[in-house]
Design a protein around this ligand. Structure first.
Ligand code: UDP
Length: 318
């Protein structure tokens, strides 16, 4: 019998990539997703796989599954600022109620538990780069608060289940990640810049583009998460690529790779948009032997090819 992992949000961008890795490592996977931001396109290739099961379910409601479970990885959540702006209550519910349900389920099964947290717990950081020991600078009542506070609550709840119930929990703080399967209309910077470049539309840089992010290619991120899941760590671990880009640099790089004639235009900076973000990955290096390996230009090219293919499919109405 293969060990079974429950992946909440398994039809999402990261959840589906993690699923592929788990299947490749010899686990069986149950995906739970209500498909509000996830898509069956991301898991279509798994149809007929005997080690894979999809359950259409909102994990903010009670979770039930027969039989043993090795691990629960809680990845369900809207994750693009556009999404959590449009779905603020669902975002709060899945981070709070959903995390509680997933933890309760892990406890009942004696399963290990891993929560997808985020660099957003650091808010608009006053410490740079951000080590896990930094407590953050978050506006609880701003438009990003619904995501940031839900994830901060989910970390607190996870540690409480570890301390009170002895659940073997792990917390990954995910920094900006990109790669194939991101939605064409995701709304985050890299998918927007790619869509705009590939359809010859203006490339929208918010503000003057001097704000920074550190972008990690998806396969590197998944490798870090897989290592964390197998580890004995309980404290949060940053996983991300420390290479820091201004958004203007990223827009220019994507414009160049696409070969588009699109112009860069500036739009207003969203409220509470963090000015800088860069992971300190000392802990991941020391404890997991992990660091990113993929060349980012190569990652951007792979992602661009995936976007190109899907845009073509949309054109022919497939
Ligand atoms: N951004 C941008 N143009 C876009 C989308 C985003 O300049 O079309 C900026 C956004 O204001 C932020 C950065 O890109 O400074 C990263 O935004 P994203 O939504 O990708 O994720 P965040 O890191 O803010 O959660």
């Amino acid at each position: 019998m293969k060990q079974r992992v429950l992946v909440t949000g398994g039809a999402g961008f990261l959840g589906s990539h993690l699923t592929d890795r788990l299947l490749a490592e010899g686990f069986s996977v149950v995906c739970m997703d209500n498909l509000i931001t996830g898509s069956t396109d991301n898991i279509a290739h798994l149809a007929g796989n005997r080690d894979y099961q999809f359950i259409h379910h909102d994990v903010s409601e009670f979770i039930y599954l027969d039989g043993p479970v090795y691990a629960v990885v809680h990845f369900a959540s809207p994750a693009s600022p556009l999404d959590y702006h449009e779905l603020p209550i669902q975002t709060l519910k899945v981070g709070s109620l959903g995390t509680h349900k997933a933890l309760g389920f892990a406890k009942a099964k004696g399963a290990r538990f891993l929560i997808a947290s985020t660099s957003e717990v650091y808010g608009d950081p006053l410490v740079h780069p951000q080590p896990e020991s930094y407590w953050g600078n978050v506006n609880p009542v701003g438009p990003r608060g619904v995501y940031d506070e839900a994830k901060r609550f989910s970390e607190a709840m996870t540690m409480a289940y570890h301390r009170v119930h002895g659940v073997d929990t792990k917390i990954v703080r995910i920094f900006n990640t990109f790669g194939p399967r991101m939605r064409l209309n995701d709304g985050r910077a890299i998918p927007n810049f790619m869509m705009q470049s590939l359809t010859d539309k203006p490339i929208t840089v918010f503000g003057d583009g001097s704000q920074t992010r550190s972008f990690c290619f998806v396969s590197d991120l998944i490798d870090g998460i897989f290592r964390l899941l197998q580890s004995d760590l309980h404290d949060p671990v940053n996983i991300g690529n420390p290479l820091e880009w201004t958004l203007l640099q990223m827009a220019e790089a994507i414009r160049e790779i696409s070969g588009t004639g699109s112009q860069i235009v500036h739009k207003p900076l969203p409220v509470d948009d963090p000015k800088v973000r860069q992971p300190d990955i000392t802990r991941a290096k020391a404890e997991l032997g992990w660091e990113p390996r993929v060349d980012l230009n190569e990652g951007l090219r792979q992602t661009m090819e995936d976007f190109r293919r899907r845009i073509e499919l949309e054109k022919v109405g497939a």
